[in-house]
Design a protein around this ligand. Structure first.
Ligand code: ZN
Length: 138
């Protein structure tokens, strides 16, 4: 069902503050940033080897990431699994009664269509399914 881990999401108070750690301490390669107004976050992309980290900085106090940081502090936020046919996977999960946050795919950062599973469905680990927009064309 899942092809690979696509990225790991980490909630931070400030991408700028954490950038030195990821670049200088871990040797990650900074790839750039993107704002996802829909989710109330700025997202900073870093590559560690071939694994992408997404640093999520809230730009809106009411955003899910802001509430996450308020409740649990900054830290590991979600893992994202790449799938081939996101709509089919969502339909399959619904059929199996798996709790979802997103009943329909929506747009995420980095040209992805995404859907979050409910953390109660996955032992407390917020899990995202994602599919590059390109591979959904045609
Ligand atoms: Zn993500």
């Amino acid at each position: 069902m899942v092809r690979s881990i696509n990225h790991i999401g980490i909630a931070v108070r400030s991408i700028d503050e954490m950038r030195a750690f990821y670049e200088d301490v871990l040797g990650a390669r900074y790839e750039g940033e993107e704002t996802v107004p829909d989710q109330g976050v700025r997202v900073g992309f870093f590559l560690v080897g071939d694994v992408r980290l997404e640093l999520l900085e809230p730009i809106d106090d009411e955003s899910p990431v802001a509430r996450f940081i308020e409740r649990r502090g900054p830290g590991l936020h979600h893992i994202a699994c790449a799938v081939d046919d996101l709509d089919a996977r969502i339909a399959q999960l619904k059929t199996r009664g798996v709790r979802l946050i997103d009943e329909d795919a929506r747009s995420g950062a980095h040209h992805m269509r995404i859907a979050f599973l409910h953390p109660k469905a996955s032992g407390g680990v917020l899990t995202e399914l994602c599919q590059p927009v390109e591979s959904n064309e045609g």
